[in-house]
Write a protein that binds this ligand. Structure first.
Ligand code: FES
Length: 103
């Protein structure tokens, strides 16, 4: 999990081993900004305790759905994140074209 763009762009760049995804830093409960806890290998929201796996899947606390993913693609060797696009797991949108980069 690369946290360098959390504050300035509201996105975590996450290497899931076979793919790179851009996960939104907005909690799907009430919109707080979770933290990446590398020792626990999870995102944890400080507001009401929602927890999300590295993939963005919710697994504890009140968040009703996974973190959203933004559009991502390669422009030559440059990774571009398109925040105008959102991919939601509960709508079966993860894995659609433009939602991840195969690595
Ligand atoms: Fe994140 Fe409530 S806003 S748990």
């Amino acid at each position: 999990v690369y946290t360098v763009h959390k504050t300035d762009h509201g996105v975590w760049m996450v290497n899931l081993g076979d793919k790179l995804v851009a996960i939104s830093t907005t909690c799907t409960h009430l919109g707080c900004i979770p933290n990446w806890l590398s020792n626990d290998n999870k995102f944890k929201c400080p507001c009401h305790g929602s927890g999300f796996q590295v993939t963005g899947m919710n697994f504890e606390g009140p968040a009703p759905r996974p973190l959203e993913r933004h559009g991502i693609y390669l422009d030559g060797e440059i990774v571009v994140v398109d925040k105008s696009k959102k991919f939601r797991q509960e709508l079966n949108q993860w894995g659609l074209d433009g939602s991840e980069i195969t690595i």
